[in-house]
Ligand binder design. Structure first.
Ligand SMILES: Cc1ncc(C[n+]2csc(CCOP(=O)(O)OP(=O)(O)O)c2C)c(N)n1
Ligand SMILES: [Mg+2]
Length: 604
């Protein structure tokens, strides 16, 4: 690949026009609550609770600690808000991430430093995926600021800024609320900035302030009216003109959707362009789920050498490609091995268009650009027709023999059969990335994974949060044994919340994805009795069903039970797989990533 393409990614905060809740929560607040708040109730805690509900957060994931207890009292007093206690802060943060993916915004509440530094990794992940997560931390008593006291939960230095400094690089705004005078302003600025920039924010709230009335909180929060970002109309016209000229002279142009379609809120406009142009349409792996796969011109996942069948051939042989919101990192570029040429590419970022080696246009919103371009392109179905002509359907894995151990390909064939508009797939980092990538998503089926940050264990918390945000969907989580060992505890919270997720735990005895990049004894993990662990967590409380499967017949039976008599239960199916039973894509990808990782230093 022309590696310079990766460098075109814009780091600018994406635009957004959010600010109203997805579920009408603001309307509920407005109609039931009087505008004036009685003075004892005019507290920061109540204001924050109201604001959260108003923007669409009806569930907050938290771990209590003495610095946040008073604040939690106010959150639980809010009728529209459900406080969900998690087993640890990392999972609370991942849950807020999963929730934000489904609802558009999420929130978590933790305690000073010990909680803050634990949730940090999840917040960094949310930053990498452009998710607005409001991370609230109960902080020191306001009187302690400016003193040289040493507080508990710190590293023993009279410095309260350590946590704040850690959050500075993984959030787009930080509010340290240690007096009531500017609390209203700081809280509202933080929350509205998260929504506008689609990034996490940090709010630290002194532990002694949430319950004290203050005149700034004497009225119900007025719902945000966030000014939408607008395109520069002249820039838009010029960009569309240049792009239309570029694409209309191409013989077999294609379109490829990237992960920033989400933050640009441009998925619909992308489909509109696909409909109008007739171009073949692919998605990057990290954009799976952002483009309907039942679209008549959909040709699969473009991922260089590990693309779905015939997709790379069509993309890489095109004479022009439009990439909407791509991130070309070392993983998505399969160790920098994509065969793309910058001069053939139009690269769209949420507010920027770059055409080939030529002009660039700023302040042009992706969705405006796509909509305007769809009116200017000549219809050209050549690439799709070529794809259709050369396409040979993938062979289906053979059925396992009666006593043959279950193969991963066969497992995913059965998972494919479970998908519908009422389900959502959560794919953990590991070989599940590759296996889930090949699932064909029916209309309306959700799909989430964390490809940019790729933090193992993310899927357990994210599944908890996603399922809480979309109770009408049945979540199917595919999690490797190594990843599950990181965050397993919060199956407990799923049970507490009465969720009916189906977890496929793929027990292949280790870190198989790492084995394919670089093997060593460190990639073997201690085998657990995973169903036994989940039974122990269940402990007779909540609805839980577990099964351990070694053979295809057992898998079929387990799926039948999970989707039949146990459909209201959290179903945990441990699948025993051979340690070397991997997707073929992982084998190819692993060797290319390994080659990229082991490039020798350049001569000095
Ligand atoms: C927090 C974190 N630590 C370490 C890694 C490195 N890592 C990437 S994948 C992986 C192993 C995943 O193993 P498993 O979940 O069993 O999946 P498999 O590849 O076996 O399917 C590890 C350790 C990571 N991505 N994130
Ligand atoms: Mg594994």
């Amino acid at each position: 690949m022309d590696t310079s393409i990766g460098a075109l990614n814009s780091c600018k905060p994406p635009s957004s026009d959010v600010g109203s809740p997805p579920n009408g929560a603001a309307a509920a607040i407005k109609s039931t609550a009087p505008a004036v708040v009685s003075s004892p109730d005019a507290t920061m805690g109540r204001h924050l609770a109201h604001r959260l509900v108003q923007i669409g957060v009806t569930d907050v994931f938290s771990v209590p600690g003495d610095f946040n207890l008073t604040l939690l009292d106010h959150l639980i007093a809010e009728p529209g808000l459900n406080l969900i206690g998690c087993c640890n802060e990392l999972n609370a943060g991942y849950a807020a991430d999963g929730y934000a993916r489904a609802r558009g915004v999420g929130a978590c509440v933790v305690t000073f430093t010990v909680g803050g530094l634990s949730v940090l990794n999840a917040i960094a992940g949310a930053y990498s995926e452009n998710l607005p997560v409001v991370c609230i931390v109960g902080g020191p008593n306001s009187n302690d600021y400016g003193t040289n006291r040493v507080l508990h939960h710190t590293i023993g230095l009279p410095d309260f800024s350590q946590e704040l400094r850690c959050f500075q690089t993984v959030t787009c705004f930080q509010a340290v609320v240690n007096n009531l005078e500017d609390a209203h302003e700081l809280i509202d600025t933080a929350i509205s900035t998260a929504l506008k920039e689609s990034k996490p924010v940090y709010i630290s709230i002194s532990c002694n302030l949430p319950a004290i009335p203050h005149p700034t909180f004497s009225r119900e929060p007025v719902p945000f009216a966030l000014s939408p970002k607008l395109s520069n109309q002249m820039g838009l016209a010029a960009a569309v003109e240049a792009a239309a000229e570029f694409l209309n002279k191409a013989v077999k142009p294609v379109m490829v959707g990237g992960p920033k379609l989400r933050v640009a809120k441009a998925s619909e406009a992308f489909v509109e362009l696909a409909d109008a142009s007739g171009y073949a349409v692919a998605v990057m792996p990290s954009a799976k789920g952002l483009m309907p796969e039942h679209h008549p011109h959909f040709i699969g996942t473009y991922w260089g050498a590990v693309s779905t069948a015939f997709c790379a051939e069509i993309v890489e042989s095109a004479d022009a490609y439009l990439f909407a919101g791509p991130i070309f990192n070392d993983y998505s570029s399969v160790g920098y091995s994509l065969l793309l040429k910058k001069e053939k590419a139009i690269i769209l970022q949420p507010d920027r268009v770059v055409i080939g080696n030529g002009p660039a246009f700023g302040c042009v919103l992706m969705k405006d650009f796509l909509k305007a371009l769809s009116k200017r392109l000549k219809r050209n179905t050549t690439a799709y027709e070529n794809y259709h002509r050369i396409f040979v359907p993938e062979g289906h894995p053979l059925k396992c023999e009666p006593n043959e151990p279950l193969r991963v390909n066969v497992l995913f064939q059965h998972i494919q059969g479970m998908l519908s508009s009422e389900s959502a797939v959560i794919a953990e980092t590991g070989d599940s990335w590759f296996n889930c990538q090949k699932l064909k998503l029916p209309r309306g089926c959700g799909y989430e994974f964390q490809m940019q940050y790729g933090s193992i264990g993310w899927s357990v918390g994210a599944t908890l949060g996603y399922a809480q945000a979309v109770p009408e969907k049945r979540v199917i989580a595919c999690i490797g044994d190594g990843s599950f060992q990181v965050t397993a505890q919060d199956v407990s919270t799923m049970l507490r919340c009465g969720q009916n997720t189906i977890i496929f735990l793929i027990n292949n005895g280790g870190y198989t994805i790492e084995v394919e990049i670089h093997d060593g004894p460190y990639n073997v993990i201690k085998n657990w009795n995973y169903t036994g662990l989940v039974e122990a967590i269940h402990n007779g409380e909540g609805k839980c069903w577990t099964a351990k499967v070694l053979y295809e017949e057992e898998l079929i039976e387990a799926i039948k039970t999970a989707t039949g008599p146990k459909k209201d239960c959290l179903c945990f199916i441990e699948v025993i797989a051979h340690k070397d039973d991997t997707s073929k894509e992982l084998l190819e990808w692993g060797s290319r990533v390994s080659a990229a990782n082991s490039r020798p230093p350049n001569p000095q």
